[in-house]
Design a protein around this ligand. Structure first.
Ligand code: NDP
Length: 420
């Protein structure tokens, strides 16, 4: 039976997920597109209703206000809500889902917009002290909903983008089919794309810059080890892309995999960056442009990073200009049948191919496709169980099949070059 999905947010990632839902109109019979700026939903609805059987309605919503989301869910009765707004709205949308008995899906874990909020800060400082990583985002806020979702018989699927998302499905797949015991996981995120601008971010600049300017961290023997931002550098030769510099970052799937696969001895995450990106970022950071606290400027309140966002190219506009490929995947080492084994499971995605298909670059594409897949598996009841889960906590096989079918084919390389 066809499903009705509400998508909140209508930016770069949502644009792709909505295109993919419309390609999959047998599953997604109806979509409710709701965002802060309704005209973006209207434009997409107009374009897609010409080419898809999926029926689309559009609404304005401020998802910072749970009661607005709740009213909209009550009015339109979706089978699930796919949150593709910002991590700031995760909790309000989860509250609205709980209040209305609706399943919840997102691609990024909660972080607050205002990191000076005393209630948040107190808990954050306790967590830094207890766990040893200082990123502003973590799963604890959403894992706190576990009992309420379980008791209500609802599913919350967290982090079904590429990383996190597909990378954790790769981990579950490796565990199921390739290893008796996984010892190490290195998640590699390589973007070999070139958009021709001196500086731009591939997804929401505020979220992106907050993530990459934070200290790096990894997990070893169940403990977090934190290092200064960009202080661990490696080079890697990526299939389809070539040699790239990559840097160790803190990333949210380390936390979920560390909890759900405690037998893994070390989990790290690396992302590639060009020198120009790093120089620009350092400069912006040094002059205070990455600040998240409002300053007073000639009688106006201005949040530096939000002002910067207004100056930078909109990630959704990079599509036509970006050429090259991404290669994102995980290197696993461990043991199978008493022998050491290592594999790299990865996807290569071409920016221009994505643009031809859905009018967007590969970063939004590699996030939007898994968002659609997660929503499909939850609404079809294939990935449905009461509680709050990340993507490594379900059977990976239907997800892996869907990746091949919906535009993100993956490969397994035996005995890959390992990252020192
Ligand atoms: P964009 O900034 O392009 O889009 C965000 C959208 O959310 C915009 O349409 C925006 O509205 C809307 N929005 C923001 N605040 C509200 C609100 N209060 N109420 C309703 N709508 C709101 O971001 P992206 O598409 O690049 O990213 C979307 C999400 O995907 C983020 O959470 C990001 O962290 C995540 N992501 C996950 C990845 C993964 O691999 N797991 C990779 C990349 C991104 P408006 O148009 O009015 O500004």
């Amino acid at each position: 039976m066809g499903k009705r999905l509400m998508v909140i947010g209508c930016g770069g990632v949502a644009g792709v997920a909505i295109h993919k839902c419309c390609q999959n109109s047998e599953v997604f019979e109806e979509l409710i597109l709701a965002s802060r700026t309704k005209s973006k939903c209207d434009r997409l609805a107009e374009e897609l209703t010409k080419v898809s059987k999926t029926k689309i309605i559009t609404r304005q919503v401020d998802a910072d206000d749970a009661s607005q989301v709740e009213a909209l869910i009550k009015e339109t009765r979706p089978d699930a809500v796919l949150n593709l707004a910002l991590p700031y709205q995760d909790l309000t949308i989860m509250d609205a889902c709980l209040a209305t008995g609706t399943d919840y899906i997102d691609t990024a874990n909660y972080e607050p917009e205002d990191i000076t909020d005393p209630a948040w800060k107190k808990r954050y400082e306790e967590r830094c002290e207890k766990l040893g990583f200082s990123a502003y985002f973590d799963y604890s806020w959403q894992w706190d909903y576990e009992e309420r979702f379980r008791e209500a018989g609802l599913t919350a699927l967290l982090g079904t983008g590429f990383d996190p998302g597909v990378t954790s499905v790769f981990a579950a797949y490796a565990k199921k089919h390739y290893f008796d015991r996984i010892d190490t996981i290195d998640i590699l995120d390589c973007n070999g794309g070139d958009h021709g601008y001196p500086f731009a971010t591939n997804f929401n600049p505020e979220i992106n810059l907050r993530e990459v300017s934070a200290p790096g961290s990894y997990m070893e023997d169940g403990k977090w080890i934190e290092v200064p931002a960009m202080s661990i550098h490696r080079e890697y030769d990526f299939a389809g892309v070539g040699r790239k510099d990559m840097y160790l970052l803190h990333h949210e799937e380390i936390e979920a995999l560390g909890r759900n696969m405690p037998e893994v001895k070390r989990i790290r995450f690396f992302m590639t960056f060009g020198q120009s990106y790093l120089t620009h970022m350092k400069c912006l950071e040094n002059v205070g442009m990455l600040g998240t606290k409002a300053i007073d400027y000639e009688g106006h309140k201005i949040v530096p990073i939000q002002f910067l966002k207004a100056l930078l190219p909109d990630p959704a506009s990079l599509g036509p200009r970006t050429v090259g490929k991404t290669n994102i995947g995980c290197i696993f080492t461990g043991e199978k049948d008493g022998k050491q084994r290592s594999i790299y499971i990865y996807n290569v995605c071409d920016h221009q191919e994505c643009y031809k298909e859905v009018g967007s670059q590969a970063i939004s594409y590699t996030t939007g496709v898994p968002a659609m897949i997660g929503a499909m598996l939850v609404t079809q009841g294939i990935w449905k169980k009461p509680g709050v889960f990340t993507t490594d906590e379900f059977d990976p096989d239907p997800y892996m099949e869907a990746l091949n079918k919906w535009g993100l084919p993956w490969q397994v390389e035996e005995d890959p070059t390992l990252v020192p």
